[in-house]
Design a protein around this ligand. Structure first.
Ligand SMILES: *Cc1c(COP(=O)(O)O)cnc(C)c1O
Length: 228
């Protein structure tokens, strides 16, 4: 058995605490570094949404897993992989620049559909982290939201690795509230919360949590470009 059932129970409790329902929160089971057998086991327990952070690694898993899996790309997008990412994944969680958003839009228009994305925000302004700064994102938003071929589901963050994750989650929620008042077609989604802090993220309004090790067990190695 994986840790899925326990995570589901903890999600339900956190949602209840916050006066929300568990069904309002999408659990993205982050399966990067784990073999397809591990995904199959979790699929067998009912999980359908999986997250991967590297296109090449995911390709084989996408081919082997059943058709009804919904794949979310949570890693940093390399431009030369964008076409394959869009082919295999339903949602891109970490669009972190205007240039990338434009490229996604171009591809969406070429394919005749809208590609769903989150915009990654570096709320704490950490030098080493990926994502838009708050300022950059605010400046880019009018253009991004006017692009055809892209649908912005909401905002995503990887908070600083400190004791205050809940504070940063709250900051992202406030930003979402503020910007949604100003921009009618900005989605209200919040992709935030991982194995160590997803309950706090749910209490702060997360709509998508990205949980890996608490479901699949510890990872043997770090993924390059992870937590970017
Ligand atoms: C690996 C990863 C996760 C999951 O991390 P866990 O601590 O294993 O739950 C979530 N989000 C991103 C962007 C990741 O790279």
């Amino acid at each position: 058995m994986s840790g899925l059932r326990e995570i589901r129970e903890r999600m339900a409790r956190a949602a209840l605490d916050a006066g929300r329902v568990e069904g309002d929160v999408v659990l993205v089971a982050v399966s990067k570094t784990f073999p397809v057998e591990a995904l199959e086991a979790v699929y067998g327990e009912g999980q359908r949404v999986f997250g991967e952070s590297r296109q090449q690694e995911a390709e084989e898993k996408v081919a082997k897993m059943p058709e009804d899996v919904e794949w979310h790309f949570i890693g940093r997008v390399q431009r030369n992989k964008l076409r394959k990412i869009v082919r295999d994944f339903s949602v891109i969680h970490a669009v972190d620049s205007l240039k990338l958003a434009r490229a996604v839009g171009e591809l969406g228009r070429e394919l005749g559909r809208e590609i769903s994305v989150f915009l990654q925000i570096n709320v704490a302004g950490e030098e080493s982290k990926g994502g838009f700064t708050v300022e950059e994102c605010y400046r880019a938003l009018p253009e991004i939201l006017a692009l055809s071929g892209v649908r912005v589901l909401g905002l995503m963050q990887i908070p600083p690795d400190d004791e205050r994750a809940g504070y940063w989650f709250g900051q992202l929620r406030e930003l979402r509230d503020l910007w949604c008042e100003e921009f009618a077609n900005l989605g209200r989604g919040l992709s935030m919360g991982m194995s160590g802090d997803f309950e706090e993220a749910i209490r702060q309004g997360a709509t998508h949590i990205r949980v890996g090790s608490a479901i699949f067990g510890g990872r043997a190695y770090r993924v390059e470009g992870e937590l970017g």
